[in-house]
Design a protein around this ligand. Structure first.
Ligand SMILES: Nc1ncnc2c1ncn2[C@@H]1O[C@H](COP(=O)(O)OP(=O)(O)OP(=O)(O)O)[C@@H](O)[C@H]1O
Ligand SMILES: Nc1ccn([C@@H]2O[C@H](COP(=O)(O)O)[C@@H](O)[C@H]2O)c(=O)n1
Ligand SMILES: [Mg+2]
Length: 208
């Protein structure tokens, strides 16, 4: 019987024609605007947006055997084991049929990063990093109103701590490789996107 990791590897080798896959990791603190900007990149540059958090929330809703574990982790702002998240990402990549992906909110810690690299052998093109002060992120999350169980002040503080202790070191890892494109996210949505557009200029713009 194959392990979960085996099945991810199998999924990897079956990417059609072994075509070159372009992956951009989109990182930034909770509420920095990752999802908002990804939606605009998709509209303009033909990427498929995969939010690790959205995939985990969908997995809870699907009634999967991992649902309770994932739900408890999200309520506590903790990071779900990499093999669960990578399995979901890999499935979504295959199902999309696309070859350009924005992977939002991943890798969230060193375990996420190393496991994705080992399992998929995919090296990201670059890391789009939204830099935003905590006060601004807190304000945005408390007024998001999307009914997320983790958008309450207690969990938000835990998420900020996890971001600083576990996610920022991943940004540092890629920074040493010259792969981080840092964007000041404490501006209006359109001002932020103006900077993002420059970063994505090497990718073809979608036809109008
Ligand atoms: N530049 C901006 N200025 C003001 N509000 C913004 C900006 N960008 C996003 N928002 C709002 O802030 C909230 C959080 O944005 P978004 O969901 O895109 O963040 P996120 O980084 O994906 O957060 P999370 O990590 O919690 O998923 C949303 O209500 C969104 O409309
Ligand atoms: N790689 C990841 C990404 C997310 N999570 C969990 O989901 C929560 C919400 O993530 P958002 O990106 O939508 O804010 C996050 O706080 C984690 O609990 C994860 O475990 N691993
Ligand atoms: Mg998001």
């Amino acid at each position: 019987m194959g392990t979960v990791v085996d099945s991810i590897k199998d999924a990897h080798v079956s990417f059609p024609g072994d075509k070159k896959i372009a992956v951009v990791f989109v990182l930034g603190g909770p509420g920095s605007g990752k999802g908002t900007q990804c939606a605009k990149i998709v509209e303009n540059y033909g990427f498929t947006h995969l939010s690790a958090g959205d995939l985990l929330r969908a997995e809870i809703k699907s009634g999967s055997e991992n649902g309770t574990m994932i739900s408890n982790m999200i309520k506590e702002g903790k990071i779900v084991p990499a093999e669960v998240t990578i399995n979901l990402l890999q499935k979504a990549m295959l199902e999309s049929g696309n070859d350009k992906f924005l992977i939002d909110g991943f890798p969230r810690n060193e375990e996420n990063r190393a496991a994705f690299e080992n399992v998929t052998k995919i090296e990201p093109e670059f890391i789009l990093f939204f830099d935003c002060p905590e006060e601004e992120m807190e304000c945005r999350l408390l007024s998001r109103n999307q009914g997320r169980v983790d958008d309450n002040i207690e969990t938000i503080r835990k998420r900020f701590k996890v971001f600083v202790e576990s996610s920022l070191p991943v940004v540092g890892y890629y920074d040493l490789k010259g792969k981080v494109r840092k964007v000041d996210a404490a501006k209006t949505v359109n001002e932020v996107f103006d900077v993002v557009k420059d970063i994505f200029s090497p990718f073809h713009k979608k036809a109008e």
